[in-house]
Ligand binder design. Sequence first.
Ligand code: ZN
Length: 55
Amino acid sequence: MQVKCAICGKEEQIDKLNKNYRKMESNPNAIFICEVCNQKLTYQAAQQNDLLKKK
Ligand SMILES: [Zn+2]
């Protein structure tokens, strides 16, 4: 299945082993975020949490 990352626009081919496959298959309009952007978001969220804790 061909999917496109909603953030960087990179097109990717995912198969049934991909954790996003079921979600994308059941809802073709679901937002796909590639592994790279996913990690960036997780990292940014963690940093923001750290900042909030320090206040
Ligand atoms: Zn991406």
